[in-house]
Design a binder for this molecule. Structure first.
Ligand SMILES: Cc1ncc(COP(=O)(O)O)c(C=O)c1O
Length: 380
């Protein structure tokens, strides 16, 4: 079978997205969270149809999008969502920022679990709140939520937890018991858990994701989940995301009126097609991602034996522990300058990011091999 990542480098270099334009053309780019796939066929067809109709006005009725997402959630996660529980945003970042603004006062804290997706930090700044870091523990084994640490932070007055589920950059799928325990803690302290589930559709084969809101009464009482088709189907530039809440639905009804309408109409069109018609494409993607993770482990063992990463259970991110190479706090700098391979800098992920780099393996096996060979060649 042809690889889902079988897109020639010459074609990728013609893309105008961030991944393919932020570095000079002699650099292999493996940082920005985009994948080197072509659009699934029904998504491309839906977008072509919209363009042919010049259907490029404002986003309007969201009913079809909500239905498509509800169907996807029921099939993939056995998650049965009431239509009125869903709202829309231009993207997950906008949703999280706007909801934090409603839940906090300027200067309040929000728990995050570093090392974590770097944009969480500017999101919190934009919402006018402070990060309260409760680092994941057992990081070398893929990480685990420090439940005692979260409880301490909530006892000290923090009222919002921003969860990354699955966790970027570890690719960890938080376990259902752990999330239930988090929900009990949140409920005990009157806190809200914002669960960023944008990577959830990309669970590797045999690795079930339990969306936070499916995990019982306390989770339903405390959770607001955010997700999108944008990561799994590579639609990030099209701007379409959803949020779901149960008991916290009243928060979503207080959003500034224009916020849910910020969705791009092409994002809606593409997301409806992806959520409705592309289960088998997604299945193929997830098999390819698991195969790429295994390939990366073999390539590192062969060319860069000091570098390890916790086994990702979802998505296309590998959190490389480069400390054994002694390349200083930011190994990505060394790989870029000397190897012409771009990775994401570990320190931008916050505490415990030093000595690490994040690699995006959502690319062809050939490109992955070239990148690792170049990284090995960059060593002093
Ligand atoms: C955990 C996580 N949340 C959110 C985003 C960005 O989502 P959006 O473009 O919808 O704001 C990313 C992108 O990589 C991500 O990894």
């Amino acid at each position: 079978m042809k690889s889902i990542f079988d897109v020639p480098l010459s074609e990728l270099r013609r893309r105008r997205s961030a991944k393919w334009t932020l570095h000079p053309s002699d650099v292999l780019p493996l940082p920005v969270a985009e994948m080197d796939v072509r659009l699934p066929s029904s998504v491309a067809a839906a977008l072509h149809e919209a363009v042919d109709l010049s259907d490029t006005g404002y986003f309007g009725d969201r009913g079809a999008l909500v239905e498509a997402f509800r169907g996807f959630a029921a099939r993939h996660w056995n998650w049965h969502i009431e239509p009125g529980a869903v709202t829309t945003f231009a993207d997950v970042g906008v949703g999280v920022i706007e909801v934090i603004r409603l839940l906090t006062r300027p200067g309040d804290g929000v728990v995050i679990m570093p090392p974590v997706y770097p944009s969480f930090y500017p999101w919190l700044d934009q919402a006018g709140v402070a990060a309260v870091p409760v680092p994941l523990v057992e990081r070398e084994r893929g990480g685990r939520i420090d439940l005692d640490g979260v409880e301490r932070a909530l006892r000290d007055g923090t009222r919002v937890v921003l969860l990354c589920h699955p966790h970027n950059p570890f690719g960890r799928i938080h376990g259902p018991d752990e999330l239930r325990a988090l929900a009990r803690i949140a409920e005990r302290h009157g806190a809200v858990v914002l669960s960023d589930e944008i990577h959830a559709p990309m669970a590797h084969p045999g690795q079930p994701v339990h969306p936070y809101l499916t995990l019982g009464e306390e989770a339903a009482a405390t959770g607001i989940a955010f997700t999108s088709a944008s990561k799994a189907f590579n639609l990030a530039g099209l701007k379409c995301a959803v949020a779901v809440a149960d008991a916290q639905r009243h928060v979503l009804t207080r959003l500034p009126e224009q916020v849910p309408w910020g969705v791009g109409i092409l994002g809606m069109v593409a997301s409806i097609a992806a959520f409705t018609h592309e289960d088998s494409w997604l299945d193929r993607l997830n098999h390819s991602l698991a195969a790429n993770a295994a390939l990366l482990r073999d390539l590192l063992a062969e060319h860069l034996p000091g570098v390890t990463f916790p086994e990702p259970k979802a998505s296309y991110l590998a959190w490389l522990d480069c400390t054994a190479l002694d390349l200083g706090p930011d190994p990505a700098q060394v790989f870029l300058e000397r190897g012409r391979v771009a990775l994401s800098s570990g320190p931008t992920f916050g505490p415990h990011g030093e000595g690490h780099a994040r690699l995006n393996f959502g690319c062809s096996p050939e490109l992955l091999e070239q990148a690792v060979v170049r990284m090995a060649g960059a060593l002093p």
